[in-house]
Design a protein around this ligand. Structure first.
Ligand code: CP
Ligand code: NVA
Length: 310
């Protein structure tokens, strides 16, 4: 059985196929077509952190493709009312696919061991694979493809950056991360990605200006992720030089676009005049969560299971 806890779980061809299905279903939706590809399928959403985009896009896509969804918050008692060896097999015997948003990535890995249905990571402290799929769909739409595209990412190298780095290495998109030393990735992670890609595609620097220079896209995320609230003051201070503002955008290509996974904090990681400018494509990017995840769920519940089920 296939699960998507990280983009390392998908090959490059599989990511391309997910994006291909996404593009097709996006076109169909524009034409008013909502094919019943997931008819009678039920998705569970087990969330222990808040969400707008992830929750609503998954629930909407299930409805649009003929299935349904169940949002499961705290009251189901994950890790509280009963052991995982009872909780997970029972939950996953009811639903056809389970999306989990959790504080700890390891908690999702542990839960997945007891799963009877495919599991999708809807964000953990380590990674956010669904976001990266939507990011690539957006980049592909705006750049007319992924060849010779460069993205600058400024700020904390976090869960969003992790998945972005993995997908960029798999799809051969250049990613330059501008981040203070203590907020950067371990170099060994980037070495692993670049070895797999066969070139120095993913780099990091402490200089935000050189990261932004000549980029087609400038991307950022909040400096304080969910669960890091106690470090908020320190992070504001440490990351102050990494704000995406007009000066940074002026270093990127003239037609550079601004990306953000959202939610955003205007005045912190991005200035209001950038996120609210015509260069900002954050609404398109957020809307693409719906389409990219359609690609992922349709692929996972049809092609992936029929080709690879154990
Ligand atoms: N970008 C993203 O995952 O948004 P939510 O936290 O609102 O789901
Ligand atoms: N890095 C952010 C992303 C939110 C979608 C967080 O984990 O809170």
């Amino acid at each position: 059985m296939r699960h998507v806890l990280s983009l390392f779980d998908l090959s490059t061809d599989e990511i391309r196929r997910v994006l291909e299905i996404a593009v097709d279903l996006k076109k169909k939706l524009d034409l008013g077509q909502r094919p019943g590809l997931l008819e009678h399928q039920v998705m569970g959403l087990l969330f222990e952190k808040p969400s707008l985009r992830t929750r609503v896009s998954f629930e909407t896509l299930m409805q649009q493709l003929g299935g349904s969804s169940l949002f499961l918050g705290d009251d189901v008692g994950w890790g509280k009312r009963e052991p995982l060896c009872d909780f997970m097999p029972i939950l996953t015997s009811y639903v056809d696919v389970l999306v989990i948003r959790a504080k700890s990535h390891q908690k999702v890995v542990d839960a997945t061991k007891f799963s009877q249905c495919p599991v999708i990571n809807g964000l953990t402290d380590l990674s956010h694979p669904c976001q990266a799929l939507a990011d690539m769909l957006t980049v592909q739409e705006l750049a007319g493809g992924l060849v010779d595209v460069s993205i600058a990412y400024l700020g904390d190298a976090n869960n969003v950056t992790y998945s972005l780095a993995v997908i960029c290495s798999k799809l051969k998109v250049q990613l330059r991360i501008g981040s203070p030393k203590m907020y950067q990735f371990e170099q060994s992670f980037l070495d692993e990605l670049n070895d797999a890609a066969g070139s120095e595609l993913i780099t990091q620097t402490t200089d935000p200006r050189s990261a932004a220079e000549g980029a087609h896209f400038v991307y950022t995320d909040v400096w304080t992720s969910m669960g890091q609230e106690a470090e908020s003051k320190q992070r504001l201070n440490d990351l102050a030089d990494y704000q995406v503002n007009r000066e940074i955008m002026a270093l990127a290509r003239e037609d550079a676009k601004f990306l953000h996974c959202l939610p955003a904090r205007r005045g912190e990681e991005v200035s209001a005049d950038v996120i609210d400018s015509p260069a900002s494509v954050v609404v398109q990017q957020a809307n693409n969560r719906l389409h990219a995840q359609k690609g992922l769920v349709v692929w996972l519940l049809t092609e992936a299971q029929s080709h690879f089920s154990v």
